[in-house]
Write a protein that binds this ligand. Sequence first.
Ligand code: G
Ligand code: MN
Length: 242
Amino acid sequence: MVLDALEEERIVPYFQPIVDLGTGDVAIHELLMRIELGDRIVPAGEFIDIAESIGVVHKMDYLLIEKAFQQMHEQQYKGMLFVNLSPKSLIIGEFISRVRQLAMEYEIEPKRIVFELTERETVSNMALLERFVQDLKLEGFNFAIDDFGSGFSSFHYIKHFPIDVIKIEGDFIRNMLTDDKDMAFVKSIVTLAHNLGIQTVAEFVEDQAVMDAVRELGINYGQGYFIGRPSPQLALPGGTAE
Ligand code: G
Ligand code: MN
């Protein structure tokens, strides 16, 4: 299924809005990979492990990024795009030149692109990963840590990579108003980020109460089903998905 989808270019971009909690504007979208299968849209969770084990995930990433950049260009979208990236794709030799070329082709300044690194997945050669991240940073691209708090190497990533944004693990956010431990985790992550001058995103904002609470804590951005579900369209300034 994965190989056919790649061959037939049925890898499609979905975009989930991320709102600026200060202004209420949709400032960012996260790019999510989907496969079109007849009239069904298959979410990444159902195929990404397989794609990785058969060694084609980087090819799917290129295709997805190209389609997303093309759509940003066509819609004259001026906001930012967060892109999930497997560390394994990142350390493939041609990745940087490909992404740079796509950004030029579709007139997207690198500073509008934020690569999300997950701390759950890692590579054996950390030094190599660090070098690739530094190179992309020099090109002007930015970096976020995805699902911060869910893995074992959170502090390592912050210490060794030029991180601009922390995306706080959704399970902490979702339960923070009912679970004291989750609230304590969220507060300490916010303090850590503030002390380091790093921006924060609350994931899995699923209702108004959590939205108010994360704004109150000084978290910069919110993402989740309460704000918007992933969709094939980018929301343009003014708030209407078009
Ligand atoms: O690991 P990462 O944060 O990139 O995962 C993003 C996934 O989380 C997407 O597939 C998206 O559909 C899902 N998601 C986004 N917002 C919410 C939410 O508010 N609640 C839940 N349960 N899942 C969400
Ligand atoms: Mn993500």
